[in-house]
Write a protein that binds this ligand. Structure first.
Ligand code: MG
Ligand code: MG
Length: 267
């Protein structure tokens, strides 16, 4: 069942999204070579709880962390722990906050130190895929328009689009209907209406689109061992177009400027 959110509910989700985006911005600035993913996880949990939220991921189907930390060929759902970040790594951080019963969900991939040109291009294209997907989130458009926009951009750059994992509705639960694939046919699927809140999350690979799950039962890696990137925002469809509820505040955080994508100022 697809639930539309009232303006009041969207305001709560915006407050939840504010915590998610601020804590994520802090993690983006903190992450550096020599740090473990477990240290980032501790920072995340403290940040969310200090702001009055609950880390949505912690305990979700038994997940151990407050963030997912996925490195290089890990696409999503990496378990934070003793892994040391190294110069040249690509780190994907996924984070969720529950505030007053409402979830916000966001992810970024960042370079640790100096990364290869290929890695940087994968990261840039994946971020652009998210922006292009969000731009489709207007009343009267359809879920298939989002996936088609993401897929076209990724494949035009020779990258793969993961099929097994998709974006989703978000609200009282982290995963609500509808599913939002990162591929598809324009003009098909559920029609977008004001009050629909979606987590759009392109997962794009340097090589083929196939993935597999490691023995830990969580970590999703590329089947060919090549790099992956993942960006996600929680976005509301409104009468005035898409509003990114997890938008990072670059004015508040000048150090974030190096991660900025100009078109992200859609909201
Ligand atoms: Mg997420
Ligand atoms: Mg999500």
């Amino acid at each position: 069942m697809v639930t539309l959110k009232s303006p009041r509910e969207i305001e709560i989700m915006r407050a939840s999204g504010k915590i998610t985006s601020r804590v994520l911005a802090g993690l983006m600035k903190a992450a550096r070579p020599g740090m473990t993913t477990g240290e980032l996880d501790k920072l995340a949990e403290r940040g969310i709880r200090d702001a009055g939220g609950i880390p949505t991921f912690k305990g979700y189907n038994g997940f151990a962390g407050s963030i997912c930390a996925s490195v290089n060929d890990e696409v999503v759902h990496g378990i934070p722990g003793t892994r040391l970040l190294c110069d040249g790594d690509l780190l994907s951080i996924d984070i969720g906050t529950t505030l007053d019963g409402y979830v916000s969900d966001s992810a970024v991939t960042i370079p640790i130190g100096n990364v290869s040109q290929t890695a940087q291009r994968l990261l840039d294209v994946t971020r652009e895929c998210l922006t292009l997907g969000i731009a489709q989130m207007k009343r009267g458009k359809r879920v298939g328009d989002i996936g088609a926009a993401v897929q076209a951009h990724a494949e035009a750059h020779g990258f793969g689009v993961v099929r097994e994992l998709v974006g989703h509705g978000v609200g009282r639960a982290m995963h609500e209907e509808p599913q939002v694939p990162n591929y598809g046919e324009a003009g098909t699927g559920l029609e977008l209406r004001a009050g629909l809140v979606l987590a759009i999350e392109p997962m794009i690979t340097q090589g083929g689109p196939k993935v597999r799950i490691l023995e830990d039962g969580w970590t999703v890696v590329t089947a060919d061992g090549k790099l992956a990137a993942h960006f996600e925002h929680t976005i509301a469809v409104t009468e005035d177009g898409p509003q990114i509820l997890t938008l990072r505040d670059y004015a508040e955080d000048p150090e974030l400027e190096r991660y900025r994508q100009p078109k992200e100022a859609l909201a």
